[in-house]
Design a protein around this ligand. Structure first.
Ligand code: TXA
Ligand code: MG
Length: 350
């Protein structure tokens, strides 16, 4: 299939492009579109055949449910059985925005969209083009990240095209996304809300609104077969660049020295080595392909660059990647969650 790519100006959205995309959704096709977190691959959430196409295009395991995107609170009533008080508070505080809530699903939402679960994930994105597409089409849009399953999530339309060109109907190119990592997933079906995937909305931000918040144990470390993550997607290898990634923790100057030593040896044996550095250290590396992921003084920059850096190493065809580790509190929790998964939890202390 030919994939149509349409560029838009997010501050002056072309109505024709939105109409064209709506028609694709109405006939059960797939449209990739920007959100504030990452690009999503959208289809009609209430059309089981349409959401089945998403799984095929991404090569996604069928037990991994999709997030349903809405533009207006009124759409929620149709999709869920009940809206708990904690959900109302969180929605007031963070929607539209990078937070996904898990509800008990209504009979309208097909099992194909929820991977057979009796719950449904819903998010109202904070991005003009995403909201406009949902409003113009009148469709609740099921959308996972618009990457091939297992690869780093897409933060530009070019990343989407790299993975899915020829497999989907349309890509709306609204430029680079703002945040760069996926939404925080919060299960509000239990009395104490549970974070199932860390994201841009931190534990501290959630706790300010609803008090105590739990975190699914399975997402804070490698998953052993007896611990099942509550978000099915978290059990799969994810976000991974092609080359093996090893992360190093310890005092920063020791980490830099260690990576320099390893890279020096690699270069002598012709092993092309990628290094995930930061603004503060990038000039301290003597060899290798050094990419700065952002500044330690501004975690937003790290989230923003994370997937792009992993994809760039793929483009450079490096043989191995070494990475610094980052603080894992606040937004750092989401950053380290993604990096550790990309590294298959391969971390060495130096
Ligand atoms: O920021 C985001 O959330 C992006 C943009 C496009 O909105 N979407 C995204 O979707 O990251 P995806 O499919 O890559 O990740 C969805 C995650 C998966 O880990 C999936 O298992 C989990 O949400 N999930 C979806 N429905 C669920 C449910 N009913 N219960 C538990 N986890 C669920
Ligand atoms: Mg994803």
């Amino acid at each position: 299939m030919d994939t149509v790519i349409r560029k838009i100006d997010v501050n002056n959205i072309d109505r024709e492009v939105m109409e064209e995309a709506s028609q694709v959704l109405h006939r059960g096709g797939m449209v990739a579109f920007p959100t504030e977190t990452v690009y999503g691959l959208g289809a009609d959430a209430l059309d089981e055949k349409a959401s089945a196409k998403i799984y095929a295009a991404k090569g996604r395991p069928s037990d991994n449910p999709l997030i349903v995107h809405i533009s207006d609170i009124e759409q929620l009533d149709k999709l869920v059985c009940e809206i708990p008080d904690n959900a109302k508070k969180l929605m007031d505080a963070f929607w539209p925005g990078p937070m996904t809530l898990i509800f008990k699903k209504s009979g309208l939402v097909p099992d194909g969209t929820t991977g057979g679960l009796d719950t449904v994930a819903v998010r109202m994105p904070n991005h003009k083009a995403a909201l406009e597409l949902i409003r113009t089409s009148g469709v609740a849009i099921a959308a996972p990240s618009a990457n091939t399953s297992g690869r780093p999530s897409p933060t530009t339309a070019a990343h989407v095209a790299d993975d899915l060109s020829g497999k989907i109907d349309m890509i709306i190119d609204g430029g680079a996304v703002g945040i760069g990592i996926e939404s925080t997933i919060v299960d509000v079906t239990s009395e104490i809300p549970m974070v199932l995937r860390p994201g841009y909305i931190t534990m501290e931000m959630l706790e300010k609104v609803v008090g105590k918040v739990g975190i699914d144990k399975a997402i804070t470390g490698p998953v052993s077969p007896d611990v099942k993550p509550k978000a099915p997607g978290m059990k799969y290898k994810h976000y991974a660049p092609k080359a093996e990634l090893t992360m190093f923790k310890g005092e920063l100057k020791n980490v830099v020295e260690h990576i320099n030593n390893l890279t020096d040896k690699n270069v002598k044996s012709g092993i092309k080595t990628g290094i995930i550095a930061c603004e503060e250290t990038k000039d301290m590396y003597k060899a290798g392909e050094v990419l700065s992921i952002g500044s330690r003084n501004n975690e937003d920059t790290i989230a923003h660059n994370l997937y792009g850096v992993l994809r760039k190493f793929d483009d450079m065809n490096v043989d191995v990647i070494y990475g610094e580790t980052f603080e894992d509190n606040r937004l750092g929790q989401a950053i380290m969650n993604r990096l550790l998964k990309a590294a298959g939890y391969h971390v060495e202390k130096v």
